[in-house]
Design a protein around this ligand. Structure first.
Ligand SMILES: [Zn+2]
Length: 217
């Protein structure tokens, strides 16, 4: 199964991807995590990525593609993957299409009001990037990461004003991508959240049922 997962910031893409990873034994390819790992590595590509990240500029497309190709080549044949956070632009989608064929689009539909509530209560580990929530996903010790003991912080762009802006940017960016995959007749599995306290399990089950129907799981 080669999938791309789409969902607004705060829709829980990372959570659902890792649950599916555990159930299906697929790889999750999250560009943010790959960059973080690469930077720790003493390789030419790692130094290149580090240069951009340290300057606070976006890593250019050709470098991202290089990173992605290297990562895909490491995945054993026959093992599926879920791409999280890539592609973000139509150009990237077209480049990806030339590298590999995508089987399915996983789309998380979460209403804006739920996203706003979730993001404004979100905390992130400064060390390993694990995401927590002061309402639904509390760490064992307040302000401390369960996994690595690192300090948790609130992103400066997790304020309501900025979240609203980010949601509209996401919609604008994603619309042409979804249209691109619809035109290519790639099947979609849509999972809908309707309540703030929607636990991940029913949404994961929705996605799994869709994958089974397509004989991808
Ligand atoms: Zn941590």
């Amino acid at each position: 199964m080669k999938a791309i997962i789409f969902g607004a910031p705060g829709a829980g893409k990372g959570t659902y991807a890792s649950r599916l990873q555990a159930k299906l034994g697929v790889d999750v390819i999250a560009m943010g995590d790959i960059f973080r790992e690469l930077i720790k590595e003493d390789s030419e590509l790692g130094r290149k990525v580090k240069g951009y990240v340290e300057k606070g500029v976006l890593v250019p497309d050709d470098v991202v593609v290089e990173v992605l190709k290297q990562h895909l080549s490491k995945i054993s044949k026959g093992k599926g993957f879920i791409l999280d956070g890539y592609p973000r632009t139509l150009d990237q989608a077209k480049t990806l299409d030339a590298i590999t064929k995508i089987d399915v689009i996983l789309l998380l539909n979460v209403p804006d009001w739920i996203i706003i509530e979730r993001l404004s209560t979100r905390r992130i580990c400064r060390n390993c990037g694990t995401v927590y929530n002061t309402r639904f996903l509390k760490p064992k010790v307040e302000g401390v990461c369960d996994k690595c003991g690192g300090p948790l912080y609130q992103r400066s762009d997790d304020t309501i004003e900025v979240i609203k802006k980010r949601l509209s940017v996401y919609q604008e960016q994603t619309k042409p991508l979804l249209e691109f995959y619809k035109k290519k007749q790639i099947p979609f599995i849509v999972s809908n959240a309707t309540a703030l306290e929607t636990p991940p399990e029913p949404m994961v089950e929705q996605l799994l049922a869709g994958l089974k129907q397509l004989k991808l799981a």
